[in-house]
Design a protein around this ligand. Structure first.
Ligand code: NAD
Length: 336
C-alpha cells in the first residue's frame, strides 16, 4: 500500500519540490494538505485532485486523527512551528517527517522525539542528502577510509537574501530560531558528521561582520565555526545569508587522497571530484528517494536512517555553535 502524506505548510519547498516529487514516489503519495490559506487549498485541490475531506487548516488539523487516508504528516513550516505540528501529528497517531532544522532548540527537539515515542509513531527529519549518490559517496569515502584516515574537512553553504523582502520569517529570530546557521549551516554540520561517521566532541565559532544591518537586525548575517572530532580532525565551516557568490561545497582531505563536492547541497546539478578523478554518479530526484525511503521505513515500523534522534543531536551542535560565537569563540565541549 502507498502511504498517504499530508503536507503541512504550502510554501516554496512544498510547492516547488515536495508536491511535484510526490507525483513520482512509489511508496507514498500526496493524500492531503494543511494550510492557513483558503485560496491555496482551492488551487491545490484542483491541481492535485485532493478530496475536500483531506484538506485541513491549522485549527482543525487535529481531526486528521480520524482520517484513514493520511498515514504521514510532513511538517514544512517555519522552524518555530515544527515542534507544535510534529507533536499534534504524533497525538493524532500519524508518522511524521519534519523539515530541517528540526526545531529552534534542543529541548523542543527532544519533546518531539518523546511525543512520537509515546504515541508509537516514527519520526524522520527531511535530511534528503542521505538518499543522494554524491553525498552517499562522501560518507563511503570518509567512513570507510577509502583514501586513509580523514585529516580535515571544509564545508561552506552560503546564499544571498539581501535582494529580497525584509519581511520573511528567516530573518525573524522568533520564527527562525537563528539565521543562516539554522537554515544553511545545518548542511555543513551534517556533511562533516557523515564524512566522519561520528559527531564532533567540541566546537568554536565566530559571528561575521554585519554589512546589511537592515536585514540582519535579529539573526546573524554570517557565522564561521570549527567542529573538532576525536583524534583532532577539524571541520572548517561557514555559512552566510549575504554572499552574492553563493557557495555549496563539501571537501575532505585524507592521508592518501581528497574529494570535493561542488555544488554539494543544492537540489540539482551536483558535481564531485576526487584525487582519482571525476565522480561518475547520477543526479537523481532526491526528494522522491527521500520520501520513498522514509515511507518504506515507516511501513516496516523501522527507524528511518535520518531519525528524530539525529535531529536532536544536530540541534545540540547548532546550540553549542551559537554559544561559542556569543562567548567570543570559547571552545564548547559537547556531550551526547
Ligand atoms: P516558505 O516561507 O516558502 O513557506 C512557509 C509556509 O509556512 C508558507 O506557506 C506560510 O504561509 C506558512 N506559514 C504558516 N504560518 C506562518 C508564519 N507564522 N510565518 C510565516 N509563514 C507561515 O518556507 P520554505 O522555504 O518552504 O521552508 C519551510 C521549511 O522547509 C523550513 O523548515 C525550511 O528549513 C525547510 N526547507 C527545507 C529544504 C530542504 O532542502 N530540505 C529546502 C527549503 C526549505
Amino acid at each position: 500500500k502507498k502511504l498517504g502524506i499530508a503536507l503541512v505548510g504550502l510554501g516554496r519547498y512544498s510547492t516547488n519540490q515536495l508536491a511535484p516529487a510526490l507525483q513520482e514516489t512509489k511508496n507514498c503519495y500526496l493524500a492531503g494538505i494543511v494550510t492557513g490559506s483558503p485560496s491555496k487549498a482551492e488551487a491545490w485541490k484542483k491541481k492535485y485532485d485532493i478530496p475536500e475531506k483531506n484538506i485541513y487548516n491549522y485549527e482543525n488539523f487535529d481531526k486528521i486523527a480520524e482520517n484513514q487516508d493520511i498515514d504521514i504528516v510532513y511538517v514544512v513550516l517555519p522552524i518555530s512551528m515544527h515542534a507544535e505540528f510534529t507533536i499534534r501529528a504524533a497525538k493524532a497517531k500519524k508518522h511524521v517527517i519534519c523539515e530541517k532544522p528540526m526545531a529552534i532548540n534542543e529541548e523542543e527537539a527532544q519533546r518531539m522525539v518523546d511525543a512520537c515515542n509515546a504515541n508509537g509513531v516514527q519520526l524522520a527529519i527531511g535530511y534528503r542528502l542521505h538518499f543522494e549518490p554524491f553525498n552517499k559517496r562522501v560518507m563511503e569515502l570518509g567512513q570507510n577510509e577509502v583514501f586513509g584516515k580523514v585529516q580535515s574537512i571544509e564545508a561552506i553553504n552560503t546564499s544571498d537574501m539581501t535582494g529580497g523582502s525584509l519581511d520573511v520569517w528567516r530573518l525573524d529570530k522568533e520564527r527562525a530560531g537563528g539565521g543562516p546557521l539554522m537554515d544553511l549551516g545545518i548542511y555543513c554540520v551534517q556533511g562533516a558528521i557523515y564524512t566522519m561517521g561520528k559527531p564532533p566532541v567540541a566546537v568554536t565559532a565566530q559571528f561575521g561582520e554585519v554589512t546589511h544591518p537592515a536585514y540582519f537586525r535579529e539573526v546573524e548575517q554570517s557565522i564561521s565555526w570549527k567542529m573538532e572530532f576525536e583524534e583532532g580532525v577539524i571541520a572548517d565551516c561557514k555559512t552566510s545569508y549575504a554572499d552574492e557568490n553563493g557557495k555549496s561545497t563539501l571537501e575532505g582531505q585524507a592521508e592518501n587522497g581528497w574529494w570535493r563536492l561542488d555544488p554539494a547541497y543544492v537540489y540539482e546539478g551536483k558535481k564531485g571530484q576526487t584525487s582519482k578523478g571525476k565522480m561518475d554518479l547520477p543526479n537523481i530526484y532526491e526528494q522522491v528517494r527521500q520520501m520513498d525511503g522514509q515511507a518504506e521505513s515507516f511501513r516496516n515500523n523501522e527507524k528511518s536512517i535520518v531519525p528524530g534522534e539525529m535531529g536532536v543531536r544536530d540541534m545540540k551542535i547548532l546550540m553549542a555553535i551559537y554559544e561559542s560565537a556569543k562567548n567570543r569563540g570559547e571552545r564548547i565541549e559537547i556531550q551526547y
